[in-house]
Design a protein around this ligand. Structure first.
Ligand SMILES: Cc1ncc(COP(=O)(O)O)c(C=O)c1O
Length: 391
């Protein structure tokens, strides 16, 4: 009955775990949810107020399909202020979150017969975005000891005449890895030689802890084929407001807008007004949240590395760690895979995580540290206890 297209989509593993956590909580269990992909902070007050004002002032109607000119101008300002990127408003598209932006771009550029490079471990949605277009995701290995930067020889070997695009996501979900400028440049050079599009998913660009983030399109010389994707979700704790944006080639932006016009009409008018305040209003909350995340990152990495047989390199950004638990897994053991370990933690300790398998790496488990200090400390105690039980 249903189309092949739908058959090519797998449900988001992270959303599945979030639903499981809600089920346990409803059953009265003291759940600690470290599976979430969103900041645990409220949206800053100035942004909330802008949203309330938007309703009272009547910004409650359809807007142009690709977003209001005022918000596009705010995006242009933001990209110039934070990323030294200079675009015209005709090169900007506002969508219902970064996920929607990436989905639209894949629909506009990829189709059956194309191949698209994705670096593994990858955000769960990338392969689905690509597969649903009929194109084929091609996975390239990365080096966990170097912030999960690409293994360049593997990348070169996997580029073919069918390659149409490369998706970069630094800082990364699920690893938190932040690539060096040299690694990004190398990928840009390889992409340019092959004449392929580069998608730079920068939704965690404001969450880097050891150095200032440099946008991909800032690094290369010829970046006409680089599309930059950013979002209000993680930077401003606005996941539910659903505002993301794309900057790049005008023709691609127009095509994405056309698709959007016939699918969602436009992003929420109210959220668009709030996003203007987020992007060009007071930015001090962003620094406050970044500092809190950095402290938590340092804590969780230390705790994990103190556990016998666990290895966790320090990720440079986002709010995830992706430790290696493979020494606890094996065909002849109770725990054979990351799914088993993640389920054990859920069912025995009520700690919700996401198995690495969903991200293409079965020896690992993803922990989000978008959680309170108390929850993180308790969760780490419970993981330690679990590993002792499994030794
Ligand atoms: C790597 C990555 N890209 C994009 C997104 C999309 O976020 P949003 O649609 O809320 O902007 C997410 C959200 O989890 C993400 O982790």
């Amino acid at each position: 009955m249903l189309t092949d297209r739908i058959g090519r989509i797998t449900p988001s593993a992270t959303l599945v775990m979030t639903a499981k956590a809600a089920e346990l909580r409803a059953a009265g269990k003291p759940v600690i949810n470290l599976s979430v992909g969103e900041p645990d902070f409220p949206t800053p007050e100035n942004i909330r107020n802008a949203g309330k004002r938007a309703i009272d002032e009547g910004h409650t109607r359809y807007t142009p399909e690709g977003g209001t000119l005022e918000l596009k101008k705010a995006v242009v300002k933001k990209l110039s202020r934070d990323n030294d990127l200079h675009y015209d408003t005709s090169q900007i598209l506002i969508s219902c979150g970064g996920k929607h932006s990436l989905y639209n771009a894949c629909q506009a550029l990829f189709q059956s017969g194309d191949e698209v490079i994705i670096f593994s471990p990858y955000w769960v949605s990338f392969p689905d975005f690509v597969s649903v277009t009929g194109a084929k995701p091609i996975f390239v290995n990365t080096d966990p000891a170097r912030q999960f930067e690409p293994v360049m020889d593997d990348l070169k070997a996997k580029i073919t005449s069918r390659t149409k695009g490369i998706i970069i996501n630094s800082p990364s979900n699920p690893t938190g890895g932040v690539w060096s400028d040299e690694a990004v440049l190398k990928v840009l050079e390889i992409a340019e030689t092959a004449g392929v599009w580069v998608f730079s998913d920068e939704c965690y660009e404001q969450l880097t802890y050891d150095r200032t983030y440099i946008s991909t399109a800032m690094l290369g010389e010829n970046t006409e084929k680089v599309l930059t994707f950013q979002s209000c979700s993680k930077t401003y704790a606005m996941t539910g407001w659903r505002i993301g944006y794309t900057a790049g080639d005008e023709k691609v932006i127009k095509a994405m807008g056309k698709l959007q016009g016939q699918s969602t009409s436009c992003p929420s008018s109210i959220a668009q007004v709030a996003a203007i305040e987020a992007l060009i209003g007071d930015q001090s909350e962003v620094t406050i949240m970044r500092n809190v995340f950095k402290k938590r990152r340092d804590y969780i990495v230390t705790r994990l590395n103190e556990m016998n047989g666990v290895h966790c390199d320090t990720p440079g950004g986002a709010f995830y760690v992706f430790p290696d638990f493979s020494s606890y897994m094996g065909d002849d053991r109770n725990i054979q895979s990351s799914n088993d370990l993640s389920m054990y933690l859920l069912e025995q300790k009520a700690v919700v995580t996401v198995a690495g398998k969903a991200f293409g790496s079965d020896g690992n488990v993803r922990f989000s540290y978008a959680a309170s200090d108390e929850d993180l400390a308790r969760a780490m105690d419970l993981v330690e206890e679990t590993l002792k039980e499994l030794e």
